[in-house]
Design a protein around this ligand. Structure first.
Ligand code: ADP
Ligand code: MG
Length: 255
């Protein structure tokens, strides 16, 4: 229903770095079950906004509500437990751990203590460790990295590391998965895989917010777009209307 409250509600968020206003009173919503693209030229404030939503950075003003709760006072670990997961602009893999261990490590971050007890041999937690492994394997299957599960993550190509970062986000069983430039550095085939993957993830009920530069890629994938420019909200709406917006065209041409 259009009356349903949004999953994420960002209100009047301002972030300043010294004299620079990286985000200037930005408000937008992410609806339950949608794929929302956050776009804008370099330096627009996209990564800063992801930091504010995930709890990595406290805004100077404004609030973030998630699933009806004001999470502004909650830190990143608490927000992760509530169901907000993010990947970083630079794919962050633990290079010496195996691909499977990378995904399992991400799963502990949310479901943590039971797994650690499992490692220490506590019998009651054994089921939890097995479940974590199963959960991790299922995410690798989804992103197409099953065959590389035992490889050290450092041996993966850049594109494979980005897919691994997505699998790590998925392993937290997040309600909101935030991806910062997941398609950066991917070749055409990998971009296609990523695009299908994002649709599959949404298909199983996860809401997605992703940052992207490539307007054509975004237009095919997103239900709605939010455009930032120099820290201000420039436009928002469905891809066709946003891409035709003269202010958006000007911001991109001027870049
Ligand atoms: P985007 O992800 O859209 O490219 P960012 O959110 O990374 O943009 O950056 C927005 C602006 O804030 C840029 O001008 C950037 O240089 C500045 N900025 C980002 N992080 C910091 C920081 N930690 N300290 C100072 N300035 C920053
Ligand atoms: Mg960025």
């Amino acid at each position: 229903s259009t009356l349903a409250s949004p999953l994420l509600d960002v209100r009047g968020v301002t972030v300043r770095f010294g004299g620079l206003t990286a985000l200037d009173a930005v408000s937008f919503e992410v609806r339950q079950g949608e794929i929302l693209a956050l776009i804008g030229p370099n330096g627009a404030g996209k990564s800063t906004m992801i930091g504010v939503v995930s709890g990595a950075r406290a805004p100077d003003t404004g609030s973030v509500r998630f699933a009806g709760e004001d999470v502004s006072v909650r830190n990143a670990a608490q927000r992760s437990r509530l169901g907000i997961a993010r990947t970083f602009q630079s794919a962050e893999v633990l290079r010496s751990l195996s691909v499977l261990e990378n995904v399992m490590a991400a799963a502990y971050a949310r479901h943590g203590s039971g797994f650690v007890a499992g490692l220490l041999g506590a019998r009651s937690a054994h089921g939890s460790a097995a479940r974590m492994r199963e959960l991790a394997l299922a995410q690798l299957e989804l992103v197409g990295l099953t065959a590389l599960a035992a490889q050290p993550a450092g041996l993966l190509t850049a594109g494979q590391q980005r897919l691994l970062a997505v699998a790590r986000g998925l392993a937290t069983e997040a309600r909101l998965l935030i991806l910062d430039e997941p398609a950066a550095g991917l070749n055409a085939t990998e971009k296609h895989t990523l695009s299908r993957l994002i649709q599959q993830i949404r298909g199983r009920g996860t809401t997605i917010m992703f940052v992207e530069h490539d307007l054509a890629f975004v237009g095919r994938l997103a239900d709605r777009m939010v455009v930032l420019d120099h820290g201000r909200l420039l436009a928002q709406g469905e891809p066709d209307e946003v891409r035709a917006d003269p202010a958006v065209v000007a911001a991109y041409l001027g870049n």
